[in-house]
Design a protein around this ligand. Structure first.
Ligand code: NAD
Length: 260
């Protein structure tokens, strides 16, 4: 059997219990990687592990990316189970369960603690293993929301919003560059994917249907994105083909925003 593009690489994929993270896990297994499903929800993870059964080496490690100890334990578990930690795909975020109407400071902190700081905590936990082996790939997940400043408020709230989701996703673009600059000397690349509206359960719950239609009509491709449509880019960033590509954000949104 031909080898996959990620043959025997060990990949930690956060938030792989459903949606885009699960699609990444499926594709990484198909490419020969060994996958750690680093997921907070045991229920989502159980269902994901069922659908990944028979596809290759997959291990569920219950992980809260916003908890430093949990992040460290996840990285250690990957190394202990599979012998290395080659790829970290920072996909998890509060998205499905987000409350866009909550503009409080406390809620802003909560979203930051997962979406932004969780990405940093997981990267901090994985980096020493990658530095030691002088090889690693970190892939962060931003969002087209980082570039969509002009959306009108979705409710009757007339104060200043906290822009929690969009701001954390903007922050991920910057974090990618800082991490790339520091870790390049160890043969570790750090890149980022910024998907447009993707048809996951979370999107169906969070984004009004009319809005999805309007956004799709504004894209060049005039089609909605499916989670599987993002997986090829993640494989590229994780593979040897991308060995000199670092600090980059690839926007995959059917040509909606086309940022420079
Ligand atoms: N679906 C879209 O349209 C879209 C567009 C752009 C970016 N994104 C981003 O892509 C990623 C996945 O999107 P999705 O639609 O599959 O969302 P989702 O909410 O369905 O999946 C996120 C997963 O992360 C897990 N998670 C949440 N908090 C966690 C924590 N503290 N520790 C570990 N796991 C945690 C959730 O349980 C869930 O399984 C997210 O980062 C999201 O922001 C999604």
């Amino acid at each position: 059997m031909a080898e996959g593009r990620l043959q025997d690489r060990v990949a930690v994929i956060t938030g792989a219990g459903q949606g885009i993270g699960l699609a990444y896990a499926e594709r990484f297994l198909a490419e020969g990687a060994k996958v750690v499903v680093a997921e907070l929800s045991e229920e989502r993870a159980a269902s994901a592990m069922e659908s990944l059964a028979g596809m290759g080496d997959a291990l569920f490690v219950r992980t809260d990316i916003s908890d430093p100890d949990s992040a460290e334990a996840c990285a250690t578990a990957a190394k202990d189970a599979f012998g290395s930690l080659d790829i970290l795909l920072n996909n998890a975020a509060i998205y499905h369960d987000i409350d866009n109407a909550d503009a409080s400071y406390e809620y802003l902190q909560k979203i930051f603690s997962v979406n932004q700081h969780g990405t940093w905590l997981m990267s901090r936990a994985a980096a020493p293993y990658m530095v030691e082996q002088r090889r690693g790939r970190i892939i962060n997940q931003s969002s087209g929301a980082a570039y969509s400043y002009m959306f009108p408020p979705m409710d009757e709230f007339h104060g200043l919003g906290n822009f929690s989701y969009s701001i954390t996703k903007w922050g991920i673009v910057g974090l990618t560059k800082f991490m790339a600059a520091q870790l390049g000397q160890y043969n570790i690349t750090v890149n980022c994917i910024a998907p447009g509206v993707t048809m996951t359960e979370a999107t169906k719950k969070v984004v009004p249907e009319m809005f999805i239609g309007g956004m799709t009509a504004m894209t060049a491709m005039k089609q909605t994105l499916e989670p599987e449509d993002l997986a090829g880019a993640a494989v590229f960033f994780a593979s040897d083909d991308a060995k000199f590509c670092t600090g980059q954000t690839l926007v995959i949104d059917g040509g909606l925003s086309m940022p420079a």
